[in-house]
Each structure stands twice: as structure tokens, then as C-alpha cells.
Write a protein that binds this ligand. Structure first.
Ligand code: PCA
Length: 212
């Protein structure tokens, strides 16, 4: 079985594409494996408990976590997780994790998914995709670290990785309305207005999971 996690919305946004993609993939089959979509709260403490529990309970063959990267123009496969958090924004519980993700954990982990094959498959499906060497310092990096650490300790046969997603088009439309209303409309200066439609994101993930 493949566990796909998405995040609930955060920072006052109306939706999180990662949650919608995880929901859309839930129940599909990839190479004979069932896909289980699961939604995670944007809450450092709760993810730290819930994700290891999910892995213990479901014993997935793969864990593919998804999150929004505001402004990212394409499917972005993360290769590394750092044992370092710097939450510029409080999570939905009001917590800022500034320091290590796991106090006595190693400095970092490499994703154990077949990231090169995933990138090639997604591009072959006609969808833009790149790899990245940093999942940032917020909850997505922490989530990848928590999954890889838990698998390293007790689930050697479970691969784990992370994919960041662009905004949905309607989120950018809302944002443009909002900045216009606030009198901040300097669109030529904004670099965070890229988006991708839900169907393309779901197709990309299906292509990626097929070879992950
Ligand atoms: N993106 C955030 C956390 C939740 C999400 O969808 C991140 O990139 O860390």
C-alpha cells in the first residue's frame, strides 16, 4: 500500500492543493498497490505523533507526503530533509518550531523514493517537474524528516519522500483580488503567482507513484 498524505489549509488560505490531491488519489491502485490518502493538520506536534502512528498502523510500502509551496510553478520533488526548523509563520496551533525537528536525530536524511524516475515519468506525462534540495524550514521539511527518521528506526522496507505542489489557479485568482482590494496590486513585482490545475497535479502524482 502507498500512503499519500496532504495538508489541511493554513495561513488563512481557502484550500490546500495537497489535501485535494491526496483525497483524489485515495482509493486508486498503482501497480497493484492500493493508495490511501490521508489529511494531516498543519500542526508540528500533531504531525510528530500522527505520522509515525499511521506508518505503524498501515505499514505502507511507500509514504509520499504532499504540501503546498506558494509560488512554485511546477511539481517539485524534494530530495532531502534537514533536522532544522525555522517557522516564520506559526502553525495552525499557534506553535513556532525554531530549532531541531527531533532533538537527538541526525542532521538530515535523503528521500528514499526513486526521485529521478519520478521526475522522468512526470515529464514524460507532459507535466513540468523538477527536483529540489531543500523542502524549506517549515512543516513540510519537518514532515519529511519525521517520516524518514521513523522509517530509518523501525521500517527499513518503507520508502518515504515529499512532493511540493503549486497553488491551484483559483487560489491565485483570490490572491489577486485580495491584493487589489488591499491596494497592493503591483503584479509585475510578484513572483508567487504560478499555479497548476488539480487534474494536472493528480495526473503528475499518478505518473510519479507508478515508478516511485
Ligand atoms: N506547506 C507548508 C506546510 C503545509 C503545506 O502545505 C510547507 O511547505 O512547509
Amino acid at each position: 500500500m502507498i500512503l499519500v498524505t496532504g495538508f489541511q489549509s493554513y495561513a488563512g488560505r481557502s484550500a490546500n492543493p495537497s489535501e485535494l490531491v491526496a483525497q483524489a488519489l485515495d482509493g486508486m491502485r498503482v501497480r497493484g498497490m492500493a493508495v490511501k490518502g490521508h489529511s494531516l493538520p498543519v500542526d508540528f506536534q500533531r504531525v510528530g505523533r500522527a505520522l509515525p502512528e499511521l506508518i505503524d498502523d498501515l505499514r505502507p510500502r511507500k509514504v509520499v507526503s504532499l504540501g503546498l509551496w506558494p509560488g512554485e510553478p511546477m511539481i517539485r520533488i524534494e530530495r532531502m530533509a534537514a533536522n532544522w526548523s525555522w517557522f516564520e509563520l506559526p502553525d495552525n496551533a499557534g506553535h513556532r518550531q525554531n530549532g531541531k525537528v527531533i532533538e537527538d536525530g541526525p542532521d538530515g536524511y535523503l528521500s528514499t523514493l526513486r526521485a529521478d524516475a519520478m521526475k522522468a515519468a512526470i515529464r514524460a506525462a507532459g507535466l513540468p517537474c523538477r527536483q529540489s534540495g531543500s523542502a524549506g524550514n517549515y512543516l513540510c521539511n519537518a514532515t519529511l524528516y519525521i517520516a524518514l527518521h521513523h522509517c530509518a528506526l523501525g521500517h527499513p522496507d518503507t520508502d518515504a519522500g515529499f512532493v511540493h505542489l503549486p497553488y491551484l489557479p483559483r487560489q491565485v485568482a483570490e490572491m489577486m483580488d485580495q491584493v487589489a482590494e488591499d491596494g497592493q496590486l503591483e503584479m509585475h513585482q510578484r513572483a508567487d503567482v504560478a499555479s497548476m490545475c488539480l487534474d494536472d497535479m493528480v495526473d503528475a502524482l499518478r505518473a510519479g507513484l507508478d515508478v516511485a
